[in-house]
Design a binder for this molecule. Structure first.
Ligand code: SF4
Length: 308
């Protein structure tokens, strides 16, 4: 493996410029791939999970490190194990053999330089299912350009509209600008999400927007921005699954789930803007948060036009 990109790491917008062979940057990742979990996952949006599951691989560490991360043990605490490139390659084939509709790389950005080579090798060999890049959206255009032709489906978040909250909760005041540029690059590479005759995603971009309490993500404004930029055919996943995980309890305003009114306000704006391809999540009937309400694993997502 070529280690040159590790010696002064600038693979993501943090541009730490540290030598990852000797020290840790903002993401805390070293030079070895580290994963927490690889399995068929059925809790993604319907065209991603399909009937046989998404071949999900969770990478340890993260370059965004949101205080409310629902996978904080993996992303913030770095739980996981080192894995060789050959082992990862084998995992791709195993998941494919198990029937996965895709290889779903979760939080992969800080390993881009390694993953490029592995994906290219897999595609040249016997990987035939789509490769999905499931990221925070906090990525450099130049890094994404090097993934061109390797990634079939992009599943980025668009987390914040307001720089002040991006800074406060993710230490990235430039997130809204960076994520919009990243999204432009993803759409230019792959277009909007395309499904096959069975309704399974084959190619394209699907954008995730996680609604935060008190409208702190600025989701309604993000929707207006995305409609202006990409038009109403941009496929969206409007996520209601927020709960106060990680360090969220240190921020009183983040220390509850969202209310039905908060979520409905987002759906109303999406509908008013004329978005045509939206996946929604069911919220519990009362406004109280409980730990098992719309969790990542048990979420219920429905394809709409009509809103749930
Ligand atoms: S990938 Fe990690 S070390 Fe490299 S620039 Fe980003 S945060 Fe810093």
């Amino acid at each position: 493996m070529n280690l040159s990109e590790f010696h002064s790491c600038a693979i993501c917008p943090r541009e730490c410029r540290i030598d990852r062979t000797r020290a840790k940057g903002y993401c805390q990742a070293g030079t070895e791939l580290c994963i927490n979990l690889a399995q068929l996952h059925f809790g993604e949006e319907p065209p991603i999970s399909g009937t046989r599951g998404s071949g999900t691989i969770f990478f340890s560490h993260c370059n965004l490190r949101c205080v409310f991360c629902q996978n904080y043990k993996i992303s913030l605490q770095g739980q996981g194990r080192s894995i060789s490139t050959n082992e990862l390659l084998s995992l791709f084939y195993t998941l494919q053999q198990q029937g996965a509709h895709n290889i779903n790389l979760v939080t992969p950005t800080h390993y881009s330089m390694i993953l490029r080579e592995i994906i290219a090798q897999a595609k040249a060999d016997r990987l035939t299912i789509p490769v999905l890049w499931n990221s925070s959206g906090y990525e450099k255009v130049s890094s994404l350009q090097q993934m061109k032709g390797l990634i079939d489906i992009y599943l980025p978040d668009f987390k914040y509209y307001h720089p002040v909250y991006a800074k406060k909760y993710s230490g990235a005041g430039d997130y809204p600008v960076v994520a919009l540029n990243a999204l432009r690059e993803m759409v230019s590479q792959c277009g909007f999400l395309q499904l096959d005759a069975e309704g399974i995603a084959q190619k394209g971009v699907l954008v995730r927007l996680l609604v935060l309490p008190h409208a702190l993500a600025g989701t309604q404004n993000s929707l207006r921005l995305l409609a202006d930029e990409f038009g109403p055919d941009l496929p969206l996943s409007l996520m209601a699954q927020y709960y106060p995980a990680g360090r969220a309890k240190e921020y009183p305003e983040l220390n509850r789930g969202i209310t039905t009114a908060e979520y409905q306000a987002v759906l109303d704006v999406a509908q008013a803007l004329g978005f045509t391809h939206i996946y929604t999540q069911e919220l519990s009937s009362d406004d109280s948060w409980t730990p098992d309400f719309v969790t990542y694993e048990s979420q219920s997502i429905a394809q709409t036009g009509e809103f749930k």
